[in-house]
Design a protein around this ligand. Sequence first.
Ligand code: AHM
Ligand code: MG
Length: 321
Amino acid sequence: MAQIGMDLNRFILEEERSHPKATGSLSLALTALTSAARIISSHVRMAGLADILGSTKNINIQGEEVQKLDVLSNNILIQHLSDSGQFFALASEELDEPVFPEKGKNGKYTIAFDPLDGSSNINVNVSIGTIFSIHKKVKGNIQDILQEGRKQVAAGYIVYGSSTMLVYSTGNGVNGFTLDPSVGLFLLSHPRMELPERGKIYSINEANYSKWDKKLKSYVDSLKEKNSSARYIGSMVADIHRTLIKGGIFCYPADLKNKNGKLRLLYEVAPMSFLIEQAGGKATTGSKDTLSIKPESIHQRAPVFLGSKSNVEELLTFLKK
Ligand code: AHM
Ligand code: MG
């Protein structure tokens, strides 16, 4: 059993040792990712200052052009993940097409990521995050990126909140690590995260109520008659982080305007569903298991309802009525 305070790199290596056939590639892949996360975190922490220092024609004090944080985060991830040599293909929310790094020709994995989710919240100092989803390379072509969520070998997020935390799973439970900024290490702070069987919080953008179908309306109406609380940050990473810890339900449904919802299957819905399931919860589109959808394109969207088992099952009874 891993000890609270264990360094993430040691945790990754110990997990690897428990798989006798592991070659170390996944450990190297995760290590590259966590290095990028530490650098992104330090930029996010400077966001307010960077804006002030960069206000004169966007040139900072070092004479460099100040990049928008989501572009910067994307560049940092592309560079670290490509240089690691572990990734055959990379897909990012910020890029129309996938990248096949020169150094990753023999890489065993593909990765899809949202470099800075919830970036509209940067200017108001609200939590934002990075989300990632890793699959094995199968045939060595673009189709390898378009695999079902169920086939993920690792998934997780980094939340840049009141502290920076990395939460991830390799299919053997979910563990959370908090960045100690004084030494630059992620330390195990939340071992074996598990959702409560039921929670009282529901999280949905109710401004879209008039566009929902009537079954969803009646579900949300019913919650108001019960002992419920509403919380909606508008940063998926932060909303999911709360859901993992406190339970309840998070929803981004399809509606009259967004026929497939808003969130992207590959780098938002699938990795978060994987974590929620690994922590004992449940994830659905309302009609099927989110992890069983075979993606057809990189930026495809999907409706999602996820959280504590009992809350999601209750929602499904409304949707079936
Ligand atoms: P982004 O990837 O462009 O930042 O958009 C995704 C974000 C999620 O973090 C959040 O759950 C959702 O958009 C909020 O959308 P809305 O403002 O429609 O409620
Ligand atoms: Mg996003």
